[in-house]
Write a protein that binds this ligand. Structure first.
Ligand code: 5GP
Ligand code: ZN
Length: 112
């Protein structure tokens, strides 16, 4: 499958790794929108948050555990934001489920 994030998770395209285990890969966003901007992805291909099901959702719970750990390790003690853009109107540009973990600044709400 011609998927950018599948290739990044497989190490076929280089990235700046933050964390990796059997299920999850986390790496720095190439175009950071905050002082800390990490992407967390399942290693298995899930196209978007709209494709999360009872069968594949365990990895999503695991991603949130990893995100909390990364936030601690990167010193985001004042807070952070986790976002997943899903579909065109939300601005999803890569069609492989990913969660943006951003911190190091304040964030407006509601977002954009
Ligand atoms: P989306 O727009 O789908 O919510 O998020 C996709 C994110 O992937 C964007 O923040 C974009 O900067 C990031 N991105 C796109 N291509 C690459 C890449 O080749 N490497 C890295 N590290 N990030 C990428
Ligand atoms: Zn993929």
């Amino acid at each position: 499958m011609d998927c950018l994030f599948c290739k990044i998770a497989a190490g076929e395209i280089p990235s700046k790794k933050v964390y990796e285990d059997e299920q999850v890969y986390a790496f720095y966003d190439i175009e950071p929108q905050a002082p800390v901007h990490v992407l967390l992805i399942p290693k298995t291909h899930i196209a978007s948050a709209a494709e999360i099901t009872a069968e594949n959702s365990a990895v999503v719970a695991h991603i949130f555990e990893v995100a909390a750990q990364i936030a601690k390790e990167l010193g985001l003690d004042d807070g952070f934001r986790i976002v997943s853009n899903c579909g065109e109107s939300a601005g999803q540009t890569v069609k492989h489920l990913h969660f943006h973990l951003m911190g190091g600044r304040t964030f407006a709400w509601p977002a954009g």
